[in-house]
Design a protein around this ligand. Structure first.
Ligand SMILES: Cc1ncc(COP(=O)(O)O)c(C=O)c1O
Length: 274
């Protein structure tokens, strides 16, 4: 771990004040970045989103240069090639300097195994963030609801959840964006629904044409996802992850998830070679 004003510290070291607003009220912003071969993938995009989240929560402006430096210190100190990098920006106690953290953890092969098997999803009622104070598209440290939804999905024997609003409109997963395919068209909920504009979502949009797919973003009911020819989720850490079941009903596997996962890995490799 690397900490603003301190540099590399042992992750077991205490680094937050007890009166930190992020701890007391969840007023912090964070990012989760995939590290491929010692390099944070799309780090600039994650830092831009962190800065936007901080602004929306009303935190002091993110020191992007500082976080970039902390990220490389933490990645180097961790000495792992494939990893997860967490960037955290908190206002501290609101009087002293904000807190900047970069934490690197090993990835494990759990997600590759899940990609092989395909994930089972259940739909859960979520909140459509359609007012500014509901923080649409903001990645704040107030993620207890998202984690509770994941736990509920597991309690019901599934791997993950997909949120739908009170009208049955598909939103996103607790830590993923959701996709499905009919023919050569990929469908995904519009960011205008207040969901997070995923960095991987943007990547999939950019890569889709190269694999022969058109993208349609919009407002869709759960039945459209349930009746799809194939479905998958996207996130920095889980990458492109096929869905094989929704609410107990099978969804077929198809080529798009595998093609886009391969394209994502190629894009990651290409940035390493630049
Ligand atoms: C609510 C939510 N939606 C979508 C995503 C996927 O975003 P990204 O592709 O930037 O990881 C995340 C990531 O954690 C998330 O928390």
């Amino acid at each position: 771990m690397a900490v603003g004003g301190r540099g590399v510290v042992d992750p077991a070291e205490p680094v937050l004040r007890a009166d930190d607003e992020a701890l007391l009220r969840g007023r912090g912003a964070f990012e989760t970045v995939r590290v491929y071969d010692g390099t944070g993938f799309r780090l600039s995009e994650h830092l831009e989103r962190l800065a936007r989240s901080a602004e929306r929560i009303g935190l002091p402006p993110v020191n992007v240069l500082q976080l970039r430096e902390l990220a490389s210190q933490a990645i180097e100190a961790a000495g792992v090639e494939d990893a997860v990098l967490r960037l955290v920006w908190t206002p501290g106690n609101g009087e002293d300097a904000p807190t900047a953290l970069a934490l690197v953890s090993a990835l494990g092969d759990h997600y590759d195994a899940l990609r092989e098997r395909g994930q089972r999803l259940i739909s859960l009622r979520g909140v459509r963030a359609d007012e500014p104070w509901l923080l649409p598209g903001v990645k704040s440290t107030s993620y207890a609801v998202n984690m509770a939804a994941e736990a509920e999905a597991r309690r019901r024997g599934a791997d993950d959840a997909v949120f739908v609003d009170a009208d049955g409109i598909v939103l996103e997963g607790p830590t993923t964006n959701v996709w499905w395919r009919r023919g050569h068209t990929l469908y995904t909920p519009s960011v205008e629904l207040g969901i997070l504009a995923g960095v991987t979502r943007a990547e999939v949009i950019a890569l889709a044409a190269g694999s022969g797919y058109e993208i349609t973003e919009g407002t869709y009911r759960l039945a459209e996802l349930a009746g799809a020819e194939e479905a998958f989720t996207s996130s920095s850490v889980r990458e492109v992850m096929p869905v094989v079941e929704l609410d107990g009903t099978p969804i077929g596997r198809g080529p798009a998830a595998d093609e886009l996962q391969a394209a994502l890995r190629r894009a990651a490799l290409a940035t390493l070679q630049q």
